[in-house]
Ligand binder design. Structure first.
Ligand code: C2E
Ligand code: CA
Ligand code: CA
Ligand code: CA
Length: 280
């Protein structure tokens, strides 16, 4: 017999309870994940669109959970930010990037860049470790310009004084700066220049809908002209088709990143790609 006993509201609250429990468990697991070496940095090639060479890659974190399998950063980065564990995670990512850059040095004499995603939390927490980056680069005998810090628009719009100062110090040390997910928020062009940004990354959502004569293509063209006038190089994210690549190349885009070229790879597969195809 049908019962009104379990109405929508109860279902909803049971659901919420489950979600809250899952979140608590994830938070708990996150705490030990670094020590347990469950994190791994993957690398997605960034391709020079005019000659298809790979001189850059973006580091993307992966969490191999013993029971839940691979967990997307989209699921745990916000939690790590809330609990400030992103600071330790950020240091892990940076250390891995330095190691990999040194391994790449053995393959090629041309300069390679790895970009790392920097959370606003790392820049607003005093002891996040980010201020050590210039020294860590020196200790690793790597030029500061081999690291590109990817930051999001949010940081550019209304940064705290501390964030701004620290970012400037990093840039003055020679580290490069990329503005990630361009077009998804509100960007101040003045700030782009003020911060001496080197790269602008066009968000995947624009690239997704690029076709001949489309509004998205017109937008990309305008963004690229503007970026070049400001002295920035442009990287298009999420390129999945040959057509997208061709249209972006014709629009003057400098670099591309996306499944058309390669998915993010673990270190050994990434190193094999660089060595094998003589892509660098
Ligand atoms: P993001 O920085 O915008 O990174 C690009 C995302 O797009 C990556 O997702 C990448 O795998 C995905 N992607 C690249 N090309 C394609 C494509 O052609 N098609 C499709 N469908 N997707 C593509 P991922 O690795 O899941 O990372 C998601 C987000 O998590 C990143 O977005 C970034 O915001 C954050 N994240 C990842 N690693 C780190 C990290 O080490 N630190 C911080 N703070 N955030 C990170
Ligand atoms: Ca990024
Ligand atoms: Ca610069
Ligand atoms: Ca992005």
């Amino acid at each position: 017999a049908k019962s009104n006993g379990r109405n929508g509201f109860e279902f909803f609250s049971a659901d919420m309870r489950e979600q809250a429990q899952a979140r608590m468990q994830l938070l708990k697991d996150l705490r030990s994940a670094i020590e347990l070496k469950q994190f791994e940095l993957f690398y997605q090639p960034i391709v020079n669109l005019s000659d298809l060479h790979i001189h850059k890659a973006e580091g993307l974190i992966r969490w191999q959970h013993p029971e839940k399998g691979l967990i997307s950063p989209i699921a745990f980065i916000p939690l790590a930010e809330e609990t400030r564990q992103i600071n330790a995670l950020g240091q892990f990512v940076f250390g891995q990037a330095l190691e990999t850059l040194n391994d790449i040095k053995k393959l090629t004499s041309s300069e390679f860049q790895i970009s790392v995603n920097v959370s606003p939390v790392q820049l607003s927490t005093l002891d996040s470790g980010i201020d050590d980056w210039p020294n860590m680069l020196k200790a690793a005998k790597l030029p500061a310009s081999s690291i590109v810090a990817e930051i999001t628009e949010g940081l550019m719009v209304n940064p705290e004084a501390l964030t701004q100062t620290r970012l400037k110090t990093l840039v003055q040390s020679g580290m490069q700066l990329a503005l990630d997910d361009f077009g998804t928020g509100y960007s101040s062009l003045a700030y782009l220049q003020e911060m001496d940004t080197d790269y602008l990354k066009i968000d995947k959502r624009f690239v997704d809908n690029i076709t001949q004569g489309s509004q998205e293509l017109a937008l990309c063209e305008a963004i690229i002209v503007m970026a070049h006038q400001l002295g920035l190089k442009v990287i298009a994210e999420g390129i999945e088709t040959e057509l997208q690549m061709q249209l972006l190349l014709a629009a003057g885009c400098d670099y591309g990143q996306g499944y058309l070229f390669s998915k993010p790879l673990n270190k050994s597969r990434f190193m094999a790609l660089l060595a094998d195809k003589k892509m660098i």
